[in-house]
Design a protein around this ligand. Structure first.
Ligand SMILES: NC(=O)c1ccc[n+]([C@@H]2O[C@H](COP(=O)([O-])OP(=O)(O)OC[C@H]3O[C@@H](n4cnc5c(N)ncnc54)[C@H](OP(=O)(O)O)[C@@H]3O)[C@@H](O)[C@H]2O)c1
Length: 341
């Protein structure tokens, strides 16, 4: 890339089921020029997140799909390299919805400034950002774990699940994590200090989950759906809470799925055990809980009570392959693109 050029990645085709590399296209473009009221941002770190898979489909949802030929949505840590906005100076480091780009314009007055002295700036994309707040808000508002209760979460080594389990422990509950493969499970149990970690790829997964939850499950933080939900369902206690955060196992689903419709059984359990099952989008809790989230999780990082892991890939051109790998579990921790500009 020459100095005078920017690059971005657009949605080249809508995936049918599992996305392919050919669904993305890397394009060269001119570096934009900021007008009055705008800042020019150079992206340092681009976040890759499961929700982006949903934006690739032309389906009604809480957010608009990315149009064909449009730049992929995404949040980034970026440096202000030119400012015509009174709120920002050159050199400021901010969180911004840049999309999958090397350079972006913004005229927002509410970009969150990041101070590397408080925490590494990349935490703004993971443990101290949208995924972390998803864990915090879902647990605080819906899960409400009490001391001695059992909290189960899948995708437990990722930015949402890892904080769910750690916050559950800090609230005095037992934390059981579900993750893919022995290495992730060892990390969840040994490093994140969950009480147990169960490998959902093991043939004996359901039996192992049952053995780890002898008193049943009081909070199941739903990140995955599919086969994991089926193993969790019979273990839910009366009055269990189920924050429904994500359903990554079905994000690539087309048509009516695999044909095993568990919805009637699910609804029956919801009724007969007075379960609270509530879907949510983390922004719903922001006005009330974001300042406390930053304070409490920031303090936990600073004194070591909260740990996190980041998985870096280098260069914007690696973003599509890294994103597809994340959907298959090849990332290990918060997946972040380190830009080479
Ligand atoms: N509601 C909201 O506002 C909100 C906001 C952010 C995220 N979310 C949701 O939270 C969930 C976790 O997000 P994240 O950013 O922390 O992702 P992440 O853990 O970094 O990455 C996704 C992980 O999901 C697991 N996974 C994928 N397919 C699976 C399958 N079929 N069965 C079991 N596990 C599977 C993989 O981990 P393993 O290898 O360990 O299985 C993979 O590493 C996602 O569902 C996401 O959509 C919701």
């Amino acid at each position: 890339m020459t100095e005078a050029q920017a690059r971005h990645i657009v949605l080249a085709a809508r995936p049918q089921g599992k996305p392919q590399l050919t669904d993305f296209r890397l394009e060269d473009t001119a570096i934009p020029t900021p007008r009055a009221g705008q800042v020019l941002l150079r992206v340092q770190y681009l976040s890759l997140d499961p929700y982006m898979r949903g934006r690739m489909d032309d389906r009604k949802s809480y957010a608009k799909p990315v149009p064909l030929g449009g730049v992929m949505d995404g949040e980034a840590v970026a440096t202000v390299i030119a400012s015509h906005h009174p709120g920002y100076a050159e050199g400021d480091i901010v969180l911004a919805q840049t999309g999958w780009r090397t350079h972006a314009l913004s005229e927002r007055a509410d970009l969150r400034k990041l101070d590397p002295a408080v925490a590494p700036v990349t935490t703004g994309l993971g443990v101290l950002g949208m995924p972390g707040f998803t864990a915090y808000g879902g647990l605080r508002v819906i899960g409400k774990p009490a001391p001695g209760e059992t909290v189960v979460v899948a995708a437990a080594s990722g930015p949402v699940g890892s904080l769910v389990g750690q916050l559950a422990k800090l609230a005095g509950a037992r934390a059981v994590g579900i993750a893919g493969g022995p290495e992730k499970c060892a990390y969840v149990q040994d490093e994140l200090r969950f009480d147990a970690a169960i490998d959902h790829r093991d043939a004996a997964f359901a039996a192992q989950l049952t053995a780890a939850c002898l008193d049943g499950i009081d909070v199941y933080f739903e990140n995955v759906g599919g086969a994991i939900w089926q193993a969790v369902l019979p273990l839910l206690n009366t009055f269990a809470r189920v924050p429904v955060s994500g359903l990554i196992a079905q994000y690539n689903g087309v048509g009516t799925g695999d044909g095993t419709d568990r919805l009637p059984a699910t609804m029956r359990e919801i009724l007969s055990k007075s379960l609270t099952v509530r879907g949510f989008i983390n922004t719903e809790f922001a006005a009330e809980h974001y300042p406390a989230f930053l304070r409490e999780v920031g303090a936990g990082i600073a004194d070591g009570r909260i740990r996190y892991r980041e998985d870096f890939v280098d260069g914007l051109e690696k973003a599509p392959a890294a994103f597809l790998g994340m959907l298959e579990g090849r990332n290990f921790g918060k997946l972040i693109v380190r830009m080479d500009t």
